[in-house]
Design a protein around this ligand. Sequence first.
Ligand SMILES: C[S@@+](CC[C@H](N)C(=O)[O-])C[C@H]1O[C@@H](n2cnc3c(N)ncnc32)[C@H](O)[C@@H]1O
Length: 294
Amino acid sequence: MQSDALVSTDVHWSQSRGCSGELTFLIPDAHLPSKASEVGRDSDGDLVVDRRDGRRAILRLEVPKASTPLQTVGLQVWAGALLLADFLLAHPELFSGHIALELGSGTGLAGLCLARVAKLTFLTDAEPSVLQQLQANVTLNASLFRYRDAVRVRCLDWFQGVPSKEQDANPHGWGPEDLAALQQVEVLLAADVIYDDDLTAAFLHCACAILAQAARACSLYLTIEKRFNLGFGDQEPRAQMYDDFMARVKHGCHTADHNLRGRLIDITSLPQHFTVERSKHVELWHFELVTAGG
Ligand SMILES: C[S@@+](CC[C@H](N)C(=O)[O-])C[C@H]1O[C@@H](n2cnc3c(N)ncnc32)[C@H](O)[C@@H]1O
């Protein structure tokens, strides 16, 4: 794809909009005992959010663009973020009090849902305009977090690898406390980051390096969308980026001693918090690093 061609997500058109450029999401309130809100259907078959018990908080995202060049796709919300957010909202017990890091956060929807209950969450991205928007979205939602100062927005470019040096000059650079906390990460997140071959290789390398250096047990929750290319002639349409990602995972090559082992998470009964039709082409995976040959 040409780098100046515009791309757009379906999410913005389906999700209810607040004031211009803002999306609002009704989520369980982390300061109260959690009870998942579910989306049902009315007699016309339209999706309806059950708001009866009132234990809800509003997550607000400033999303300035409805379409962007590839470089700034992180200024939009993608379907993978909605699915990952649903999972995180449904399972606060898995992440409560943990240290977490999201790769390629974009507007930050998934990471913010985790940050409600996590002790510390790093929301990361590489694109300066995306980092700026991400910081604004963190500030907008500060009242949702159970822990004080629970979220830090940091620059993490997969091509640069895992940060190991302080970066004072960068407004989203890593300080000494960040670098120490990075070693303690227990949960990695990533939503819709598999859409370009070079990026996939860099992403996998970086994610595996973080998993490998983690001082505690650490695993990755990843959503991935199968985007089908039209086949030529009698060829079947193929989800090339998805297939390439799975092939890379299967053939290892992440660190000298480790491979990724993945498990597809069954989402059929996962409560849905967002009024957007879930695509059957978006999958949720859980990955762990295992010793090669193990
Ligand atoms: C399709 S968007 C997904 C954004 C968000 N996770 C979501 O699902 O709404 C891909 C994200 O990966 C980020 N990204 C792309 N290349 C990157 C790199 N080399 N290092 C870190 N992040 C990168 C983009 O800036 C963007 O935020």
